[in-house]
Design a binder for this molecule. Structure first.
Ligand code: DGT
Ligand code: CA
Ligand code: CA
Ligand code: ZN
Length: 590
């Protein structure tokens, strides 16, 4: 199947990026030429490939905005699927120009400085640099520019509105830890979307109970991460954090803690359904508690308080089990709670090994040994080394020979490391036709074979689905990594028929991965639920590219929980030896 229109739009993107990288480096004149070429590619659509097929470089040069050097790059693109000059620049400046350049006033040269001086690659990195006031240390920037940038970033985020769970969670944890230490505080927790571990967060809702409200409010509004105080009250204060998100703190009497927590945990639909159900049982529920409904002269009125101290007693009084916050979406969780058939969702801390880890053999930042030590320090007992394969040339992907060589290094390390096991694995590229980027012979030598799509993201659904299923059907394959290739807020993901993928995974006994990297969480909750229902196994990995990435595991566990997955549904909650035995058995049956 041909995808010419999409191909030329990919070319448009490549030229736009080349122009941008050139501007970052203050290259004169050239950026304008690439911008024109980019616009021309977008406007011409199918005609670009048609011209190339008919008359190669000479015909391409007839097109508007296309000279010799650009024609050569178009030719290279149609022959090889990429433009080397572009890939080289991307490697030199691995920055997310698409989201950084959305910030008002932040131009290519600023992005260049932020990367070369502070290694800022994306919005998350920028937020960190701003929070630690490092931006002002860049030559010629100063305090004023730093403040302006923080303001503009906040504005942009407010416009786009939502923040990644993985970015907000550590900040919220930090706030809760700090406030919990204040004298008089009994409970201090976050509620709302954060407690439900939604993939994106609108604002942070905090609840505290204390014997000294003044003291905790003072502490809250003067936290170091607070940028402006919007409201300072006795029972409610509202601030904006430097990273551009709002946080509210409500102080309530300890006696109604459970009712308040239930109410502000939401989500709204869950609360509405629960309140309707309460009414049908002659109760009324609000943020102060569960009350018995009384018939008054002018209709129903709330009467005596029944319970309010804990969430559990509220749900129990209504004849239900308490749905974990991650399940509260206003779907079928209340039916399940009523019928006492809520699943025993996987507890945090259940993952024992990380099965997707990149090292400095490709685009990871650290040696195999450093990654293993970091994984062990993060509480894991095994990891699989899964470097990229040769199709990803710009990260130095491994070929069969290098995979074999890496295996020897892993053998050597396994002799040396105590109480930790390194599995030999791969993140093998799925090529355009669904074949794999390593030989079957090599794949058969590995403990753990993960496969993933890193190219041709725009294939039509039927073709993309066929491609991935073709790859899944290889008997050496154990797991499909980040199945939809989504990047939250940046890339929609590939168009797959997930029902068919799940069915194929079942047929070939291939696990599907929850990639816990904060901007991926792919699979997402609904897919997880489909997977669990089908009896297909899951894996939770961090997709670590650096030693501190193992901290992302709870984000993956959160998605698993939101998808109703139990411990049994997840392969890497097994011990290393149980996992290896499982894989061994699977391969013998294949
Ligand atoms: P967010 O902040 O957009 O990520 O999502 P939430 O769920 O944190 O929403 P937020 O901050 O507006 O409100 C926090 C919780 O408070 C929400 O999940 C349920 C509760 N809540 C807020 N407004 C209402 C309401 O009008 N009715 C009901 N039943 N609950 C509400
Ligand atoms: Ca919220
Ligand atoms: Ca709120
Ligand atoms: Zn990688």
């Amino acid at each position: 199947m041909k995808t010419s229109a999409k191909t030329s739009s990919e070319l448009a993107k490549i030229f736009f990026e080349i122009a941008y990288y050139d501007e970052m480096q203050s290259v004169p004149f050239k950026p304008r030429a690439y911008q024109l070429a980019s616009e021309s590619m977008a406007a011409l659509g199918n005609d670009v490939e048609a011209a190339w097929r008919k008359g190669g470089i000479r015909a391409l040069k007839e097109l508007p905005g296309v000279g010799q050097s650009i024609a050569e790059k178009i030719d290279e693109y149609f022959r090889t699927g990429k433009v080397k000059a572009h890939a080289d620049m991307k490697k030199k400046f691995p920055v997310d120009i698409w989201s950084l350049s959305r910030i008002e006033g932040l131009g290519p040269k600023h992005i260049h400085d932020l990367y070369t001086v502070l290694k800022v690659k994306d919005l998350g990195g920028l937020k960190k640099a701003l929070a630690s006031h490092k931006v002002r240390t860049i030559p010629r920037w100063g305090e004023k520019s730093e403040e302006k940038l923080a303001r503009e970033l906040g504005l942009m985020e407010r416009a786009s509105g939502r923040h990644l769970l993985g970015v907000i969670l550590p900040v919220a944890d930090d706030i809760v830890t700090k406030l919990s230490k204040i004298k008089g505080v009994k409970h201090c927790v976050y509620a709302g979307s954060l407690r439900r571990k939604q993939e994106t967060i609108g604002d942070i809702d905090l609840i505290a109970t204390t014997s000294d409200p003044e003291r905790v409010m003072d502490a809250f509004v003067s936290l170091p991460m607070v940028e402006t105080v919007q409201e300072r009250g006795k029972t409610r204060s509202s601030v904006r954090l430097t990273m551009g998100i709002d946080a509210d703190l409500r102080v309530v009497p300890d006696a109604v803690y459970g009712a308040t927590l239930q109410y502000f945990t939401g989500d709204k639909r869950h609360n509405v359904l629960l309140r309707e159900y309460a009414l049908s049982k002659h109760f009324t529920l609000n943020e102060y508690g569960l009350f018995r409904l009384k018939k008054g002269r002018d209709g129903h009125k709330s009467g005596a308080l029944v319970v309010c101290k804990t969430e559990e007693e509220i749900y129990r009084k209504l004849g239900m089990d308490t749905p974990p916050p991650e399940l509260r979406v206003g779907g079928d969780e209340l039916d399940a709670a009523r019928e006492h058939r809520l699943p025993k969702i996987v507890p945090y801390g259940s993952v024992r090994g990380d099965l997707q880890v990149q090292t400095n053999w490709t685009d990871g930042s650290a040696t195999i040994e450093k990654m293993a030590v970091a994984a062990k320090n993060a509480g894991l007992s095994y990891m699989a080394v899964t470097d990229h394969t040769k199709a990803l040339a710009f990260v130095g992907g491994l070929d069969d020979a290098k995979v074999a060589k890496q295996g020897k290094e892993i053998d050597r390390l396994n002799k040396k490391l105590r109480g930790f096991l390194i599995l030999k694995g791969t993140e093998c590229d799925i090529l355009k036709d669904g074949s794999l980027d390593l030989s079957d012979k090599t794949l058969a030598t590995l403990d753990w074979v993960g496969i993933s799509v890193h190219s041709h993201f725009n294939l039509p659904r039927a073709e993309q689905t066929r491609r991935v299923i073709q790859a899944i059907s290889n008997p050496n394959v154990d797991c499909l990594f980040h199945p939809t290739c989504r990047l939250i807020g940046k890339r929609e993901g590939i168009d797959l028929d997930m029902d068919e993928i799940v069915a194929a995974a079942k047929k070939y006994r291939v696990a599907l991965e929850i990639d816990a990297h904060p901007d991926r969480t792919d699979l997402r909750d609904l897919h997880v639920r489909m997977t669990v229902k089908a009896g297909v196994k899951l894996v939770i990995d961090t997709d670590a590219h650096a030693p501190d990435h193992f901290r992302f595991i709870p984000l993956g566990e959160a998605v698993a929980r939101r998808g109703w997955a139990t411990k049994n549904d997840i392969l890497n909650t097994k011990t290393a030896s149980a996992l290896l035995a499982y894989l061994d058995k699977k391969r013998k049956r294949a």
